[in-house]
Ligand binder design. Structure first.
Ligand SMILES: *Cc1c(COP(=O)(O)O)cnc(C)c1O
Length: 358
């Protein structure tokens, strides 16, 4: 069997949830498990976040996966429904939805009235992505309030710059959220991971952690361990070949890397076909036998090369960690001009997920 696999450390997941509880002790936790649990396997992740008060997903397909996997907590559809026909499924699977647009209001007002569903009414506090504008928000609230097929109405918004502690944007969004909601009743939610870590005044009734549950920091130049978070995914493979290269020889497609000394190259069975980033720069660290070795040359679809050094004693079959507890995925992201989110979500179906309790 190809040795390329992603080990999912379930105890780390539970630990990270307990850190969220410590950081936001007065809030309930809506664990965000969209995009297949950020690439970690949505059902297994949700089962091991059993202590979460609710789960959040991006679409009804993900919600149904959770229900079919035996998850009984409330599940929130972060973008609500995409068409009116989904409302039946919302009721059937007992889901909660975000309402962010006039057309969703119309669908709701036309829906049958024999079921109640909780609604998360979304304010666009100037991220300019989803939500009602401050001018329209209260009217939307009152309109919902008059519908008899609605359970409780909750109030939410989303931050554009919570990962930037130097920016005024979050304070402005917070002020707007608070003032627009001033006279409205309902539980409130605003904080993603960055706001949980950096903006305690934004915690409100419900926090919505995503990336931090998986052990990563959303804050620039930080890694999860700076916040006592534990890395959940170990992306691993093995060395499958070792070869000497002489000074001046090149490695890989485009002959993009040249040996500056007589050295040894190791070939690892992982590539962009597995979700290892094609744009990882020369020198991106890779963990091998207790040290970091540099990526040498371009990432291929199924393989990468690393420089072992002239004295490297590594041999085929040795375990390699691309990211995990030994090497933060945030570091690999930085070398690849991307963010940890895309690397975790981008692990492809060719990579076997292996869930481990410890
Ligand atoms: C994805 C998402 C989150 C979680 O964000 P993280 O940065 O991963 O913590 C929270 N709220 C909404 C609305 C989201 O779409």
């Amino acid at each position: 069997m190809r040795p390329t696999q992603a080990i999912i450390h379930l105890d780390a997941l539970e630990h990270n949830l307990s850190m969220v509880r410590q950081m936001a002790p007065n809030s309930r936790v809506m664990a965000v498990v969209k995009a297949d649990g950020y690439g970690h396997g949505i059902v297994d992740v949700a089962r091991h976040l059993n202590g979460a008060d609710a789960f959040a997903v991006a679409c009804i397909e993900e919600a149904i996966q959770l229900r079919q996997g035996g998850i009984t907590q409330p599940i929130v559809l972060l973008e609500g429904v995409f068409e009116t026909a989904e409302l039946d499924l919302v009721m059937q699977h007992d889901l909660e939805m975000v309402v962010h647009s006039p057309r969703q209001m119309v669908w709701l007002s036309e829906a049958s009235s024999d079921h109640l569903h909780n609604i998360w009414l979304k304010l666009d506090s100037e991220m300019n992505r989803l939500g009602f504008t401050p001018d329209n928000f209260q009217a939307a609230y009152h309109q919902l309030n008059e519908m008899n097929n609605i359970g409780s109405i909750r109030l939410m918004t989303h931050f554009a710059c919570a990962d930037n502690i130097a920016s005024d944007k979050t304070t402005e969004q917070l002020k707007l959220f608070t003032s627009v909601n001033h006279a409205l009743r309902g539980e409130r939610s605003a904080a993603n991971s960055a706001a949980i870590l950096a903006w305690p005044e934004a915690h409100f009734d419900w926090v919505r952690p995503g990336i931090m549950l998986y052990g990563c920091s959303p804050l620039p130049d930080n890694t999860g361990s700076d916040h006592q978070l534990k890395s959940v995914m170990s992306l691993e493979s093995e060395l499958i070949a070792v070869k000497p290269v002489a000074r001046g020889q090149t490695v890989g497609y485009g002959a993009d890397w040249t040996a500056e000394r007589d050295t040894k190259i190791g070939i690892v069975a992982i590539g962009y076909g597995d979700g290892y980033p094609r744009h990882a720069a020369n020198g991106t660290p890779v963990w091998l036998n207790g040290r970091q070795v540099p990526l040498a040359g371009r990432v291929s679809m199924d393989m990468i090369a690393v420089e072992l050094g002239p004295d490297g004693t590594d041999k085929p079959g040795d375990r390699v960690v691309l990211w995990g507890p030994e090497l933060p995925v945030e570091t690999v992201a930085r070398y690849s001009d991307t963010i940890a989110y895309t690397l975790l979500c981008g692990v492809t179906s060719r990579v076997k997920l292996v869930w481990r309790k410890r």
